[in-house]
Ligand binder design. Structure first.
Ligand code: C5P
Length: 207
């Protein structure tokens, strides 16, 4: 495919959007960008003492390549820097250019369908109950050796949800034309099948 085709996948933490995005990108041969990593990288640099706006304006590929970006501490730092309009503004161009690259792109985050790519060909909003999401995140963190309890992870997920949904710039919310996908009671396979069907329905017919 030489034209651009954008799939925007938004939703709260641990709803399954990362898994679905990666699998959908692999299935269609599209590039994938986890936009949360940009905010995590800014959050990480902030924890190292860099001003958040400066961190966002000078982000490098190396900042995105840090293995510790997936910790709970960095997730919280990311959601704190994500409320700052200048931080968000500094990250827009990179995301939009990625979205329009030739060959198709899947971007997942919180505001991809609403702010970054309002004209995306496909928009999905992937969600699940806070309890189910916290359990998934708890198991993930535990496998990495974290000693956070279930209750701490649930509190963390709820705090981040509230901050992400209530901020005034680019709050997390479904785009009006997003397909809603609630994964609370769905297997990964079933959720992925629904996502693939939504993309297939919008792909241009092959000649
Ligand atoms: O998706 P992930 O959990 O890695 O994102 C970390 C944080 O980055 C989110 O809680 C949110 O505050 C912020 N974020 C955002 N907009 C995006 C992606 C992530 O504000 N498009």
């Amino acid at each position: 495919m030489t034209y651009s085709f954008t799939v925007a996948i938004d939703g709260p933490a641990a709803a399954g959007k990362g898994t679905i995005s990666k699998a959908a990108a692999a299935h269609f041969g599209f590039a994938h960008l986890d936009t949360g990593l940009l905010y995590r990288a800014v959050g990480r640099r902030t924890l190292l003492g860099v001003d958040p706006v400066e961190a966002a304006q000078t982000l490098t590929a190396e900042d995105l390549d840090q293995c510790e970006l997936r910790t709970a501490e960095i997730a919280q730092a990311a959601s704190k820097v994500a409320v700052i309009p200048e931080v968000r503004a500094a990250l827009v161009d990179f995301q939009r250019a990625f979205a329009r690259r030739a060959g198709g792109a899947v971007l997942d985050g919180r505001d991809v369908g609403t702010v970054i790519c309002p004209h995306a060909e496909v928009k999905l909003f992937v969600t699940a109950s806070a309890e189910v999401r916290a359990e998934r995140r708890f198991l993930e963190l535990q496998a990495k050796g974290s000693d956070l309890t279930r209750d701490q992870v649930l509190a963390d997920v709820k705090e981040r949800d509230a901050r992400d949904a209530e901020r005034s710039t680019a709050p997390m919310k479904p785009a009006e034309d997003a397909v809603m996908l609630d994964t609370t009671d769905l297997s990964i396979e079933a959720a992925l099948n629904q996502a693939l069907a939504a993309v297939n329905a919008k792909l241009p017919a092959a000649d």
